[in-house]
Design a protein around this ligand. Structure first.
Ligand code: ACO
Length: 333
């Protein structure tokens, strides 16, 4: 670690929020040519949450942030910085982070959005870590939130069955013992074509044609992304463990991106971990992209899967293509 990094940084609080409405695989059977059996065996997903019509990414971010702040014992006005990771912000601008900064009353906080596909929350934690470690800021809120139901092409069974809505948040602060130990951020931009929402930006602005051609929804070459994910989840985890000065035998708990149970299982085997040491909730929520690791971390904490002193690995992959991993020691009782 560089000499310039002078402070230990830990996650001092977590929170999450998922919409009430549940969409099951059986419901999907009535909407398209698919089956509960196909979705369960290929992905491990049984159901997902769908936001209310009047509910957006900032609404869910706000709910998750409130819970994380309460858990951390931090008041909104103490926050120095808010980072929201999302591929489905409320709008192109202003940033969703600014919308929740206003709603929380976090008057002194800077705020910006970060986009790194499904790796966004782990990227966000890595960025927030730097600000606290250098002593520039004391309290940073990192949120991962998505309303993917708004960009699903419900006529495309290859993608429609995979995704769900939700938000998770974490508060970073200086701590006495080492908390976050290492990070690994990566990108393979030549894989950008494999997973994208093509229209609505400066390259292909929104038009009647782009709407007709469903270019405002998720396109994914599932098989290619799958092969990349299987390789990178294991590799990134091993690299971040090594950077932390640990070996895979030291890892007490593994919190991977919740995209597909077969991808999670292959990473788990690469690390030599038993199933009990791996958090899985994709059966309930599907792939919530940037929110996935954030919600999983909060649920793992609330379900007492993690204890003080545990070595934990967070790892994700996503559009970009990107990947991100963090090794950390849990510092809360
Ligand atoms: N129901 C029934 N059949 C289906 C469905 C469905 N929902 N979807 C596809 N099929 C069919 C296909 O049409 C194909 O039929 P065919 O052989 O007659 O052509 C068959 O099932 C097999 O399709 P494959 O794509 O080979 O299935 P595979 O086992 O690869 O699983 C899956 C597909 C689940 C998408 C997998 O490739 C995967 O998980 N990929 C990774 C996706 C991912 O995790 N993305 C995360 C990043 S998301 C982000 O950053 C926003």
């Amino acid at each position: 670690m560089s000499e310039k990094i002078v402070r230990n940084v830990g996650i001092i609080g977590t929170g999450s929020y998922v919409p009430e409405k549940i969409l099951t695989n059986k419901d999907l059977e009535n909407m398209m040519d698919t089956s509960d059996e196909w979705i369960t065996t290929r992905t491990g997903i049984k159901e997902r949450r769908i936001a209310r019509e009047d509910e957006s990414t900032s609404d869910m971010s706000y709910e998750a942030a409130l819970k994380a702040l309460e858990d951390a014992g931090v008041k909104p006005e103490e926050l120095d910085l808010i980072i929201v990771a999302s591929v489905t912000p409320d709008m192109a601008f202003p940033a969703t982070a600014c919308l929740i900064q206003d709603r929380l009353g976090a008057k002194k906080a800077g705020a910006f959005d970060l986009e790194a596909g499904c790796s966004g929350f782990v990227y966000g934690l890595s960025v927030g870590w730097q600000f606290v470690a250098t002593g520039l800021y004391d309290k940073v809120l990192v949120v991962g939130a998505e309303t993917l139901s708004r960009i699903i092409n419900w006529d495309d069974r290859n993608t429609a069955v995979l995704f769900g809505d939700g938000a998770g948040a974490a508060v970073l602060a200086p701590v006495d013992e080492p908390g976050i130990l290492s990070c690994e951020l990566g990108s393979r931009g030549d894989g950008g074509e494999l997973l994208k929402m093509e229209a609505g930006g400066s390259r292909t602005p929104a038009s009647l044609d782009t709407v007709r051609q469903k270019k405002h929804s998720i396109y994914m070459a599932g098989n290619e992304v799958y092969k990349f994910a299987v390789r990178i989840m294991g590799e990134a985890s091993l690299r971040v463990i090594e950077k932390a000065g640990l070996s895979k035998e030291d890892i007490d708990y593994f919190i991977p991106h919740q995209a597909n149970i077969r991808i999670i299982d292959s990473a788990r085997k690469r690390l030599g971990l038993p199933k009990e040491k791996v958090f899985v909730n994709l059966d309930k929520y599907g792939n919530t992209s940037s929110a996935s690791v954030a919600i999983a971390l909060d649920e793992a904490v609330k379900e007492n899967k993690i204890s003080k002193g545990d070595n934990i690995v967070l790892v994700s992959f996503g559009a970009g293509l990107t990947w991100a991993a963090i090794a950390l020691r849990w510092i809360k009782e």
